[in-house]
Design a protein around this ligand. Structure first.
Ligand code: GLY
Length: 575
């Protein structure tokens, strides 16, 4: 993998972005609903941890123009849609956990099933899942939410003009960016999967490592969004282009787009180890899963005492609590607008103490015996991307957004250059049959028109005494919350420096396949450790991915940031 200079500041790029903004006249104000009050700086600097250097440059630009964490986050999201097209997006959706002016917020801009979607749309006449239909091509696409999400967040809390936060993305789309080795590899893998069945190669086939890649159609879309706001995407020229791309090749109509709305929800909040954990509620399973993991590990403190990090016994105990979390996830988690998710019960201290007490410290429990704990069991894609942002006023944004698999459905909107998601695969196509992440689901996550598919995205913020202590998140599908859990443990239970905590080995278990521990190529479980884990009754399986954590920790009044060495992410501290 090509090494990236993690501290480089691209002054030339910044100057160019500023010029772009001025020369294209993007300077009129967009009216705000309610802006955050002007606060006094409480930190020595603003900070970001993001998936690529262009997004870091964009954030720095926004901070230098006086923007806050929300302005920077929105600029990052639009920039990644251009420079990190495998997962950054405007054709997908996601979640944003915010801490603004001392208060927690959560914005759900997850995709929704189209109005014409049906529970059995991915089944053949015999009731079997049609391979690939929920993954590739137009029928895999959910109604995108990213543009409305960014519009909502920036209007509510941003300080800058809407056009200012779009300017970096427009610049990179119109004038291009240098293509990274990792991006080319992901393009090649995706192209093989799409196998000429979508128009993917027409748009991305010509991308070459080290060369400048320009996306003029996407630049035009972003320019319209800068001028007209989210309404271009949902009810304007861009909406027309998206709807046209679906004719005879998918379900999304203009009415679906007009109907889409991002939703402000109550975040999941929990007390843990002296911290307030603020994280993702349903339709993500991630926040509930993270809280369950943290609390059950605390309940098992006597069993974990003196157990070395990532030793066979640590892997066993962790897998046992993960098993119970995934049993609950498969049964109880879905879109709260359609299904009453028992969040309070699932994160209740007494309930989790009881579940933790079922763990046998000596051997794995029989998978069949681990039933959902509140009374009856889903896979998923690991791609997606996350960014963490804090500003000098002490505000924080933790946002994970996705088009599901790398390059989503492989469908690129003709005339718009927008890569569309394959988020419909996150529904349970057929309850009990695994999705691309190998997890199964129940009725709670069955397909219905306007419903949001269950996610694992877990954008998280930890505060202490009302001040932001940690901003963290990662891609990884069902590996997301188990990865965040491990990094949080490395930090607070093992007192590791932030970079080491993010870089340390990670593993994953998710109930199914039975007693299987997934390891990652970055730091494989092999040699004597593998033999000892197998001797405990586990099967070891390699996977090609275990996250791309982006984290910021605040120590006193000074932020430090870490980008996962597994990806091409960078950090930036802006004084
Ligand atoms: N598409 C991955 C997730 O939402 O968790």
């Amino acid at each position: 993998m090509k090494l990236i200079d993690r501290t480089r500041i691209s002054a030339g790029t910044l100057a160019l972005v500023t010029l772009t903004a001025i020369s294209t006249g993007f300077l009129e104000a967009t009216p705000a609903l309610a802006k955050a009050p002007q606060q006094k700086p409480v930190l020595t600097a603003s900070a970001v941890a993001v998936a690529d250097r262009y997004a870091a440059d964009a954030a720095e630009q926004i901070f230098r123009e006086g923007g806050n964490a929300v302005d920077a986050a929105v600029a990052i999201a639009f920039t990644l849609a251009v420079t990190y097209p495998e997962a950054g997006n405007i054709g997908g959706g996601g979640f944003m956990t915010l801490y603004v002016d001392g208060k927690p917020y959560f914005l759900d801009f997850r995709e929704r099933a189209p109005l014409a979607a049906t529970r059995t749309m991915y089944l053949d006449e015999q009731g079997n899942v049609i391979k690939g239909k929920s993954l590739y091509g137009g029928y895999a696409v959910g109604v995108p939410g990213t543009v409305d999400g960014m519009w909502e967040a920036q209007r509510r809390f941003g300080k800058l003009k809407w056009k200012q936060v779009l300017a970096p993305a427009i610049h990179y789309a119109r004038d291009g960016f240098e293509v990274d080795e990792q991006l080319v590899k992901r393009r090649d893998d995706a192209s093989k999967q799409f196998d000429g069945k979508t128009n993917f190669d027409q748009y991305f086939g010509g991308m070459k490592q080290g060369e400048t890649f320009r996306q003029p159609e996407l630049a035009a879309v972003l320019t319209r969004i800068a001028n007209d706001g989210a309404k271009d995407f949902y009810n304007g020229r861009t909406a027309d282009l998206i709807a046209a791309s679906m004719k005879g090749n998918g379900l999304i109509t203009k009415r679906d787009l007009q109907d889409y709305k991002a939703v402000w929800r109550q975040p999941v909040e929990a007390k843990w180890n002296g911290y307030d954990v603020i994280t993702a509620p349903p339709p993500s399973s991630g926040g509930v899963g993270l809280v369950q993991l943290l609390k059950m590990k605390a309940d098992l403190a006597p069993q974990f005492k003196d157990v070395p990090l990532n030793s066979p016994q640590y892997i066993h105990l962790t897998a046992e609590i993960e098993k119970r979390v995934f049993a609950d996830r498969a049964q109880y988690l879905g879109d709260p607008d359609f299904y009453k998710v028992p969040v309070a019960q699932l994160t209740d201290d007494a309930y989790l103490a009881k579940r933790a007490a079922e763990v046998d410290p000596d051997k794995p429990s029989d998978t069949k015996s681990v039933q959902p704990g509140l009374g009856t069991s889903m896979p998923e894609k690991a791609e997606t991307t996350h960014f963490s942002v804090v500003d000098r006023w002490g505000n924080a944004v933790s946002s994970t957004y996705t088009i599901n698999g790398y390059f989503g459905s492989g469908v690129v909107v003709p005339g718009a250059g927008i890569v569309l998601n394959d988020e419909m695969d996150d529904f349970a196509s057929k309850p009990g049959v695994p999705n691309m992440f190998g997890v199964v689901g129940s009725d709670a996550n069955a397909i219905a028109p306007r419903k949001r598919p269950l996610s694992s995205m877990t954008p998280t913020i930890l505060t202490k005494d009302g001040k932001v202590a940690l901003v963290i998140g990662t891609p990884g599908g069902s590996r997301i919350f188990t990865s965040i859990f491990q990094v949080v443990n490395n930090l607070y239970d093992f007192d590791m420096p932030l970079k080491d905590a993010v870089g340390a080995m990670r593993f994953h278990h998710q109930l199914l396949p039975p007693n299987t521990i997934f390891w990652e190529p970055y730091q494989p479980i092999d040699g004597p450790l593998a033999k000892q884990v197998e001797a405990k009754g586990y099967v070891l399986k390699g996977q090609d991915f275990n996250g791309d954590i982006q984290a910021i920790r605040i120590d006193g009044d000074t932020p430090e940031a870490a980008a996962d060495p597994r990806g091409r992410g960078v950090t930036r501290i802006v004084q």
